[in-house]
Design a protein around this ligand. Structure first.
Ligand code: SAH
Length: 347
């Protein structure tokens, strides 16, 4: 049996050429492309302005690997977590987070994760594969529909803070974002998109060289090498000095401010040595700090720091004119908060 191709792996140009090659007008390519991306359709039969005959031609060669929602969980705070089934039956999770009159979509970039952050539930899953651009796109378009349905508004922001390390799926991430921002897709502004990385320096430099327009967040958690290597062991391969330089390079090129994500734990980074290190790290290039509330996973080793020390972090950062915000967790009761995505229902 002929293996059918994922039709959304074709560019618009390739799609138009397919039609020309089969003796159909090239503009049919534009129409189909619009169905596939802008309308995010599930099947060829939805393409009502395409003749039945032509739909059959497409069915012979192609499939539409649209994601399917396997399960929806709703939190008391309005957060919605989707268990998303991929064409090969693998699962990832994505989250709709309503905040006042805005909605943020938190999406995954990989099935599992190859990194080993000790405090993150996803890291226990191991990386199985990268998500395709259309699977990244579908998570966003699905949450956009849910936002309209449940909250009467489209999504306002997208964060790549779900499962996986986005920069280790670089090509597909960029292609996915291209379709999210493209008028043929969702037409969202890249200013509303934030990619969060655990800090793969050479890919931060690559992004800067490619002059990407979305925002960058780096999960720092400690500006002291020894501590960081302990809680994020993979980072021993990516020294903090390289990360600092890469972020500076990115800021210089894009004229943007990086956000450092930072969790404070008891006995790990709750002392003045760590505060001072963070302040001097942040002073190296334009940055802001987002202090994240720690969400419990099955690892009891990590205990959130006392409020006093968080206040000290905030006052030292502010004293040094480094903007700082605190991110309260959302969707904790359904394991939808940062670091809790682990396909729990399915294990
Ligand atoms: N791999 C990427 C994106 C996924 S994690 C990254 O590391 O940035 C998204 C954010 O959740 C990161 O800042 C991560 O450090 C944070 N996180 C992981 N586990 C967490 C937990 N248990 N509680 C709170 N935040 C967590």
């Amino acid at each position: 049996m002929k293996l059918k191709k994922d039709i959304r792996s074709l560019s618009l140009k390739e799609l138009c050429s397919f039609f020309e090659f089969n003796n159909y007008p090239a503009f049919r390519g534009n129409q189909v492309y619009n169905w596939l991306w802008n309308k995010s359709c599930f099947s060829f039969d939805e393409m009502t302005n395409i003749s039945l005959e032509l739909r059959e031609v497409l069915k012979k060669d192609f499939v539409i690997n649209h994601i399917k929602i396997d399960e929806i969980q709703k939190s008391n705070d309005g957060t919605i977590k989707n268990a998303v089934k991929l064409f090969d039956d693998l699962l990832v999770e994505s989250v709709l987070i309503p905040v006042k009159n805005r909605t943020t979509a938190c999406v995954s970039s990989q099935v599992g994760c190859s990194l080993d952050c000790e405090f993150c539930a996803t890291s226990k899953l191991k990386r199985i594969r990268n998500l395709n651009p259309d699977e990244i796109f579908d998570q966003v378009s699905t949450i956009n529909l849910q936002s309209k349905l449940y909250y009467n508004r489209p999504i306002s922001n997208i964060v790549f803070m779900g499962m996986g390390e986005p920069l280790l799926n670089y090509k597909n991430l960029i292609k996915g974002i291209e379709m999210i921002t493209n008028e043929d897709g969702l037409g969202m502004s890249p200013k509303r998109i934030t990619v969060s990385t655990s800090g793969i320096s050479k890919l931060i430099i690559k992004m800067a060289d490619e002059n990407v327009k979305f925002n960058l967040a780096v999960s720092l958690h400690s500006a002291i090498e020894e501590t960081r290597n302990k809680i994020m062991p993979f980072s021993s391969k990516f020294p903090l000095t390289d990360l600092k330089e890469a972020v500076k390079y990115w800021s210089d090129k894009t004229q943007k401010t990086v956000t450092y994500e930072y969790i404070v734990w008891k006995g790990i980074n709750d002392d003045s040595k760590h505060i001072d290190a963070l302040v001097s790290f942040c002073k190296y290039s334009p940055s802001k700090v987002n202090i994240i509330e720690y969400n419990k996973t099955e690892n009891d080793f990590f205990i959130p720091a006392d409020d006093d020390i968080i206040k000290k972090y905030i006052s030292e950062l502010e004293k040094n004119r480094i903007p700082v915000t605190i991110r309260k967790s959302r969707g904790k009761d359904i394991d939808a908060a940062c670091g809790q995505l682990a396909n729990k229902l399915k294990q």
